[in-house]
Design a protein around this ligand. Structure first.
Ligand code: GRF
Length: 219
């Protein structure tokens, strides 16, 4: 059984999906700890309810990103993670940190990367007049929202969509499905990061997997 550590900053809806899939055995991992940079993140409550150890590393307590990332890595490594999932973790990470977890860490981002990295992705998709929007899972590397893509879910915008409806659609139609699936692949060893990018089921992912690739337990 693999040890998974989940990093959060907020609501923790993605975390909740991971808790449920680990409990059901559809992700073959146990969540060893949930780590937050904010003491008031609601996701910490979800973790406590599930009996999962929590750690808070407040970024404001550290004089630099390097010092924060060193404390964060120490908190994470106390739980001997095989896998690390950033689930709404809203801090930019230093190269030293990302190198330490290279190949073990995934992030979920609410846009069809490489479109709309960074914040306020739903407003950005609307402003750009995009026909489609969605979310992406990628390996964490030094490049902010720029690591090798693993799995994306897309849907067509509706005329009535605004930033709020898009946020909800991205979460329920895409994020809550693709993140557990990608973590199940990584936990099983079906997914790996190699020198030339992400590999799935023994083949290079020249384009990211899509919703069609979801196994029944993740649909
Ligand atoms: C998600 O949209 C995630 O993609 C983004 O932050 C949000 C976190 O939501 N990085 P939650 O904390 O999982 O509810």
């Amino acid at each position: 059984m693999k040890n998974l550590v989940v990093l959060i900053s907020g609501q923790g809806r993605n975390l909740q999906a991971l808790i449920e899939h680990c409990a059901a055995g559809t992700i073959p991992a146990r969540i060893a700890a949930v780590v937050s940079n904010r003491a008031d993140a609601y996701g910490l409550e979800r973790a406590r309810r599930a009996g999962i150890p929590t750690e808070v590393v407040p970024h404001g307590d550290y004089p630099s990103r390097e010092a924060f990332d060193a404390a964060l890595a120490a908190a994470i490594d106390r739980h001997a993670p095989d896998l690390l999932a950033m689930a709404g973790f809203m801090r930019i990470l230093t190269p030293g940190f990302t190198r330490h977890y290279l190949g073990r860490a995934l992030n979920i981002h609410p846009s069809l990367l490489p479109r709309h990295p960074g914040l306020r992705t739903h407003a950005a998709a609307l402003a750009a007049g995009d026909a489609e929007h969605g979310a992406s899972v990628h390996f964490v590397t030094e490049a902010l929202d720029g690591g090798p893509l693993v799995l994306q879910g897309a849907f067509k915008l509706r005329p009535e969509d605004d930033a709020a409806t898009l946020a909800e659609r991205v979460m329920t139609e895409v994020e809550l499905k693709i993140y557990p699936q990608a973590l199940a692949w990584l936990a099983r060893g079906d997914l790996s990061l190699r020198a030339d990018g992400a590999w799935l089921h023994g083949r290079p992912l020249t384009t990211p997997a899509t919703l069609d690739a979801l196994e029944a337990a993740f649909r």
